[in-house]
Ligand binder design. Structure first.
Ligand SMILES: Nc1ncnc2c1ncn2[C@@H]1O[C@H](COP(=O)(O)OP(=O)(O)OP(=O)(O)O)[C@@H](O)[C@H]1O
Ligand SMILES: [Mg+2]
Length: 275
């Protein structure tokens, strides 16, 4: 019974596309809403003095301290090799820190069992910079896979996959093999897969690197939808200044593994969110 109630709620939650578009019309004004006051909340993700050194001596993260709050959208910027992907991988347990502490949802990642990591990963959607799609599987199968491991019903899986495909303008590609898509299409499939489970935390690594402005706008609208409707916390690692230039959300900058507030940010935001 609970199973049916859950699925029904999920379907209602992901209401019709028309409703989504009414709620989140494509906007010509780039940018998101103001972040909430984080001063009284416990962070969803906390890094304390985290250093990551790849052998023998590449310092990809140096003494990074950062709090990410539930419901936040955070942009992680920096030049190539600055350490953005490393930070994303540390948060989702694909890499372990050389020094320092990382907590996600109050759990110390260095003390979590491998079964615990698996469970936690079901709540974290990751859109990898290199996509990591299964080339010989269709678009539909690639996205559905993320939901199948959570025992979602076939009906719900179909509904959600179709919805994400439509939001990302990929509906006509659903039965194509992932390996036959363009890079920009693959990038959007990777995003749809990361979002399929309605994750609490979405980590998107260069999500617009291969996209034109129209497709970029679709991705931004998807982030908005997930954030405002589901409360998804979103971390976007990006070079693409166009997606954070006018945003009112926090923008952090990485340089040679060192993290600081982006120079363009207003002083009050730096104060509010500095760890
Ligand atoms: N597995 C690895 N082994 C050794 N060095 C690595 C490894 N992964 C990353 N590095 C190095 O760590 C540094 C940070 O890399 P990272 O991929 O985090 O940067 P990035 O900011 O994501 O770059 P880009 O914008 O090009 O994606 C780089 O100097 C890189 O060469
Ligand atoms: Mg990277």
């Amino acid at each position: 019974m609970l199973y049916f109630i859950n699925n029904y709620c999920n379907i209602m939650y992901y209401s019709s596309l028309a409703a989504i578009r009414r709620a989140f019309p494509p906007s010509d004004k780039k940018g998101f809403h103001m972040p909430r006051d984080a001063s009284t909340e416990k962070p969803l993700v906390e890094l304390v003095n985290v250093t990551k050194i790849y052998p023998p001596d590449v310092v990809a993260a140096e003494d990074v301290s950062l709090r990410i709050y539930k419901g936040e959208i955070l942009f992680l910027t920096g030049t190539s090799g600055a350490g953005k992907t490393t930070l994303i991988k540390l948060i989702c347990c694909l890499e372990t820190p050389t020094r320092g502490l990382i907590e996600v949802a109050g759990r110390n990642l260095s003390r979590i069992s491998s079964a615990g990591v698996q469970r936690m990963r079901q709540k974290i959607g990751v859109a990898y910079q290199d996509f990591r799609l299964l080339d010989k599987q269709t678009v539909l199968q690639n996205i559905a896979m993320a939901m199948e491991v959570t025992y979602a019903s076939p009906k719900l899986i179909r509904f959600r996959v179709e919805e994400l495909l439509e939001l990302l303008n990929l509906s006509d590609k659903r039965d194509k093999l992932a390996g036959e898509l363009s890079r920009g299409e693959q990038q959007r499939v990777a995003l749809a897969r990361a979002a399929a489970n309605g994750p609490s935390l979405l980590l998107a690594d260069e999500p617009t690197g291969n996209l034109d402005p129209v497709a970029t706008e679709l991705v931004i609208n998807l982030f908005r939808y997930l954030n405002e409707r589901n409360g998804t916390t979103i971390v976007v690692a990006t070079h693409d200044e166009s997606i954070y230039a006018d945003t009112e959300y926090r923008v952090m900058s990485l340089s040679k593994g060192q993290l600081s507030a982006h120079p363009s940010r207003a002083p009050h935001q730096i104060e509010l969110f500095e760890a």
